[in-house]
Structure formats: structure tokens, C-alpha cells
Design a protein around this ligand. Structure first.
Ligand SMILES: Cc1ncc(COP(=O)(O)O)c(C=O)c1O
Length: 431
């Protein structure tokens, strides 16, 4: 039964009159683990020189071994953020200044900034309208003689089309980095998302499925890439000589080290990952059935062979069928008390940095320098699918913000159904 009550936006009662419970995955186990580290006094055991402690202290190592076992990879390398992880990964693949890396525009800015940090050039390729991940055909069309790698982003909790992307990479001799910040625990044809690329990994920032405040985990089966990433993590240039490491390419180190407290908490969080992902999958299924049949609304598809980790419950709208623009719909849903809903996501190519081509200093480096092989376009129009979604048809519900109970999901569904029952009233007054 559709709720025909007057919309809150038009003066009626709200469908949801309480704040949703804020997401908090931290339990007694994490508190105890953090406390034990604090009491030990050794909050980090890394040493930025070739030394027994070059790869960190006991909790860092334990967390890394636990991640290797969990994700089924040869190497897991902790970092102090996933932005750091992406930067280490791009350096480790042996990127040269001016090399091009193909990346989605529909992602958090760090996916592309990690490329620029090495004076390499992000090239934005369009996305698929269903998964919001890189469209393999657009990737292939973007390859030039200067392309070095593909940054495949598993956005919102769903894997990119990794079989197609890895096939393209193999045919063109490219590396693939999987930015799986938002999809830990999602699977792709029986393997964890993030583990199919040459390097992948996960964010541990506060909003993610499991978190340590800030942090990240790199995963790879490649022994050499793993060693390079460990070096970049910890002041590579100061280590190479004592270590006898001859290949100096990109052995410029950072301090990307994760602390012992975070690692101790990460060990506990990892044990809970499958349960948290399962909770979100159940919530999403309840939403799927509760929202089914609402005209002009498409709930998130899950591609055959994949499971979704639902960082965001990503919907699309057909404004022509709805007869109401997205802004008006969002206003109505917010007035009903729906929290965590947003319209536009990202079109990175349209950020001022790319539009003005100004990153390092004020003279357009690296785009204006000799290292850049050609005039890469960031003009509006290069990624029509991502642009159209951003301009009018995307609507996402941030599942990462709340610990949703069945009651809250049912309230959410009620709010949506109420708004949909009143679309004509909502359309009136729209000029
Ligand atoms: C897709 C994506 N990539 C990269 C990052 C950066 O991760 P971090 O915040 O851990 O640096 C995020 C963080 O939200 C993200 O969602």
C-alpha cells in the first residue's frame, strides 16, 4: 500500500522522525587490543633504515599475515592511509614521469592524485552505467603508446569488470592497480575484489566496512612489487644502499607506516569483516524488495559472478519517467527524514585542478612540461556516462554512515514509497 499522506516537504508529517544510529564497528575486542598496545608503550616499532624493524613491529606484522590469509594473497602491506597505498603502488610499478594511467572519473580524488604524485598523467575513461566502474571498451579506446597502467576502481562495493580489464592489460603490456577502498569483502568470480589485479588494496578510514581510524592495506602476489612498496612505505632512499637494492627507479621513500595501535585494532576488525559485509547485503536485499516497482527508480544491480559489499546503495533515476527532477526528489526525501542520500558523486576530470591543469606550482606542471607526451583532454564531454549520472540520474544512499536495523530500513522504504505516491504533487510547483 502506498502511503498517500501529505509530503513533509509540502507541510505533512515526516515518515522518519528519528536519526539513524551512527555506524560504529568498534567493539570491546578493539578497545582491549588498543589498550594493550598503549600499555606496552611501543606505539610504532618501524625504523627507517635497513634493520630488523624496517617492516614494523609485532602488531603490524600480525595484521599483515592475517590479511594475507584472509584475502588469499602472498603479500599484504599495511600503510597509514589508502591514499598512501595507491601512491606506493603507482611508484612500485616503475612509472616514469609523463606515463599515462587510465582511471575512472567516478571515484574519490586519491585514485587519480596518486598518479600525479609521480608526475604521471591521469587519463579519464568513462564508466559502465550499471556498476559505475571503468568501462573496458572506453579503457581500450584510451590506450596510447604512453599508457603504463589502468587504475580499476571497485566503486561503491562492486568489483570492476576485472576479466576484461586484465585481458586488455595483458594484450597491451600494462599493469592494473585495483582501488578496492570501498569493496573489501566483495567477491568477483570466487575471489576477493582487489586481489585480481597486479596490486590492489583497501582503505581503513573511518567510513569503511572495517576501520582503524586511518589506514590501508596493499595486496599483491608479486614479490618484487611487494618489496618496492615496502621500501616506498619506509624511506626507500635511505635503505637501498645497506640493503643492496640496485634498481633505484622510484625508490623515493615516504613515511606511510601504520602504527601498532591501528594494526592491533585492524586484527580484530578483520575478524568481523565477513559479518559486516553480510549485514549490509541483508540490508540491501531488504531495500531491493521494498523499493521494487517504484517507477523510474533502479536499485543497484549485481553482475553475475559478483557479490556486492554495499559501501553505497547506488540507484539511478529516470527523470523523464518520474516527471520530477532529482533535486526536487532529494528535497522531498530529505524532508521525510531520509539521511545519507545524495545526488551527484564525482566527475574528477571536472575538478579545478584538471580543468586549469594546475597541480605542481603555478605553471601547469606536469602537463605543460616536456615530460607530457600530448595534450590530454579533461573537457566536459569526455566521459558522457559519468557526466550524465552526475548531472541528473544518479542517487546514492551511503550505507557506510549508519548501522541500519530492519526497522530503520522499513522506515526508509516507507519514506521512498510515500514520496513516490506523491510524485504528481511534487511535480506541481516545479518550474
Ligand atoms: C575509492 C577510494 N579511493 C581511495 C580512497 C582513499 O582512501 P584513504 O581515505 O584511506 O586515504 C578512498 C577513500 O574514501 C576511496 O573511497
Amino acid at each position: 500500500m502506498l502511503n498517500k499522506q501529505k509530503l513533509a516537504l509540502l507541510g505533512g508529517p515526516k515518515a522518519i522522525d528519528r536519526p539513524f544510529v551512527r555506524y560504529n564497528p568498534i567493539g570491546a575486542e578493539e578497545v582491549q587490543a588498543a589498550k594493550a598496545v598503549v600499555e606496552s608503550g611501543v606505539l610504532s616499532q618501524f625504523i627507517g633504515a635497513w634493520h630488523d624493524d624496517f617492516n614494523g613491529g609485532p602488531k603490524v606484522r600480525e595484521f599483515e599475515r592475517a590479511c594475507e590469509a584472509y584475502f588469499g594473497v602472498r603479500h599484504a602491506i599495511t600503510v597509514n592511509s589508502w591514499s598512501s597505498g595507491l601512491t606506493a603502488a603507482i611508484g612500485a610499478i616503475g612509472i616514469e614521469p609523463g606515463d599515462e594511467v587510465i582511471v575512472s572519473p567516478w571515484t574519490m580524488c586519491a585514485s587519480a592524485t596518486a598518479i600525479l604524485h609521480w608526475n604521471a598523467i591521469p587519463v579519464f575513461a568513462d564508466i559502465e552505467p550499471d556498476t559505475f566502474c571503468l568501462d573496458p571498451a572506453a579503457v581500450e579506446a584510451s590506450i596510447t603508446p604512453y599508457t603504463k597502467a589502468i587504475m580499476a576502481v571497485d566503486i561503491f562495493g562492486h568489483s570492476a569488470n576485472m576479466h576484461a580489464l586484465m585481458d586488455i592489460a595483458a594484450r597491451h603490456g600494462l599493469k592494473v592497480i585495483s582501488d578496492t577502498a570501498q569493496a573489501p569483502g566483495a567477491t568477483y568470480h570466487g575471489r576477493y575484489a582487489g586481489t585480481l589485479a597486479h596490486v590492489g588494496g583497501y582503505s581503513l578510514n573511518y567510513h569503511k566496512h572495517i576501520h582503524t581510524g586511518e589506514g590501508g592495506i596493499l595486496v599483491t602476489d608479486d614479490d618484487v612489487l611487494a618489496e618496492r612498496m615496502r621500501m616506498i612505505r619506509n624511506h626507500a632512499e635511505a635503505v637501498v644502499a645497506d640493503r643492496g637494492w640496485d634498481d633505484l627507479a622510484n625508490m623515493i621513500g615516504y613515511n606511510f607506516r601504520l602504527g601498532e595501535i591501528e594494526s592491533a585494532m585492524g586484527i580484530e576488525q578483520l575478524k568481523k569483516l565477513a559479518g559486516f559485509v553480510g549485514d549490509r547485503q541483508r540490508a540491501a536485499q531488504r531495500l531491493d524488495s521494498g523499493l521494487a516497482g517504484l517507477k523510474g527508480l533502479r536499485t543497484p544491480p549485481v553482475v553475475d559472478g559478483c557479490t556486492h559489499a554495499y559501501y553505497v546503495y547506488a540507484m539511478t533515476l529516470d527523470p523523464a519517467v518520474l516527471g520530477v527532477p532529482r533535486t526536487r526528489l532529494l528535497e522531498a526525501l530529505a524532508a521525510e527524514g531520509v539521511q545519507g542520500l545524495s545526488g551527484a558523486y564525482q566527475n574528477l576530470h571536472l575538478l579545478p585542478m584538471y580543468q586549469k591543469k594546475m597541480a605542481y606550482g603555478s605553471k601547469g606542471f606536469p602537463w605543460t612540461s616536456d615530460i607530457c607526451h600530448r595534450d590530454v583532454s579533461y573537457a566536459k564531454g569526455i566521459c558522457p556516462v559519468a557526466e550524465e549520472l552526475n548531472d541528473s540520474s544518479y542517487m546514492g544512499f551511503a550505507m557506510c554512515l549508519h548501522q541500519l536495523s530492519d526497522t530503520e530500513i522499513d522506515l526508509l522504504i516507507e519514506a521512498f514509497r510515500k514520496v513516490w505516491a506523491n510524485l504528481s504533487a511534487l511535480a506541481e510547483g516545479v518550474v
